[in-house]
Design a protein around this ligand. Structure first.
Ligand SMILES: [Zn+2]
Length: 295
């Protein structure tokens, strides 16, 4: 059986509480004993049924969801817990509170919990949680050369985001592959991380840190676009803008207007290319993993 959702848990406990209250009201004055028993049952229930805790859990979930919705309306495509959402408080929290209240209707137990202040507190908590993951500097890597082909796998430990890069040293190009779910985890502390959680952590700069770490580990390679998913295109453009010879961009106006084809270009073609540095926001702590150990 599927576990009950928070709103179902709350609804079930609230219904049971109401029926206990009704049992007290229904006891007639001449049924004193029956009424007394019903009252005792109600008091016991009030003390131990967990209704208040269930209401608090459900209210938190509601506010969290509505903060996410309000943020998505303002910043389409941004990460749900992008720290920048804090810059939109208290407006976001006011929207979230109003939307949550509209959903629950006149429930005197939930209404006092769905305040703007509560929504602000939840927004801060959620951002703090995601920051703790995103700011973790640990990146595991493997670097292997088989038949002259260099393969570098990098994996951000806390989020599980990972990427694999391959190329032939001496030839100019590396091929980039970055589908987290296709790459077995190299994190020795979490070897079974399937990478399916990756979407929770995209758009927060981890991908750029992975690309830059891999590039440092294979300094002799240039990086073509390869298989770039649409979500990685802005990232590729940023890397290209930081080091145009090294990184092929998804779309670069400067290169296009000059007819520069990245794969054929020489370093000198980029002397006048505008450069916008894109250093990693968190300095990586690289840990090499021995791939001879089978995970
Ligand atoms: Zn360019």
């Amino acid at each position: 059986m599927r576990p009950l959702s928070l709103d179902q848990q709350y609804a079930r406990l609230a219904a049971a509480r109401r029926s206990a209250e009704r049992a007290v009201d229904e006891g007639r004055w001449w049924q004193r004993r029956r009424r007394r028993d019903a009252l005792a049952r109600l008091r016991r229930r009030e003390e131990s049924d967990g209704l208040d805790a269930a209401a608090a859990d459900w209210a938190r979930q509601l506010l969290a969801d509505e903060i996410t919705n309000a943020w998505a309306r303002r910043a389409r495509g941004a990460n749900h817990r992008d720290p920048r959402l804090l810059e939109h408080l208290p407006g976001l929290a006011e929207e979230a509170s109003a939307d949550a209240i509209e959903q629950v209707g006149p429930d005197p137990r939930l209404l006092p919990l769905l305040t703007v202040d509560a929504a602000i507190a939840i927004a801060h908590e959620q951002v703090a949680q995601i920051r703790a993951v995103v700011d973790d500097p640990t990146i595991h890597f493997t670097r292997t050369t088989i038949d002259d082909k260099l393969t570098v796998v990098v994996q951000h430990a806390a989020s599980g985001l990972r990427a694999r890069f391959t190329g032939h040293p001496g030839s100019s190009a590396g091929v980039v592959m970055s589908k987290p779910w296709d790459i077995p985890s190299i994190n020795p502390d979490d070897p079974h991380d399937g990478g399916y959680d990756w979407e929770r952590f995209t758009g927060l700069g981890i991908g750029r840190r992975l690309y830059l770490a891999a590039a440092d580990l294979a300094p002799q390679l240039r990086w073509p676009r390869g298989l770039v998913s649409t979500y990685a295109e802005p990232l590729r453009d940023r890397l290209h803008a930081a080091d145009p010879f090294r990184w092929d961009g998804a779309s670069c106006h400067w290169c296009q207007t000059r007819g520069i084809l990245w794969s054929d270009a020489a370093k000198s073609d980029y002397y006048d290319h505008p450069v916008a540095p894109a250093p990693p926001a968190v300095a990586p702590q690289l840990i090499e993993v021995d791939t001879r150990i089978a995970y």
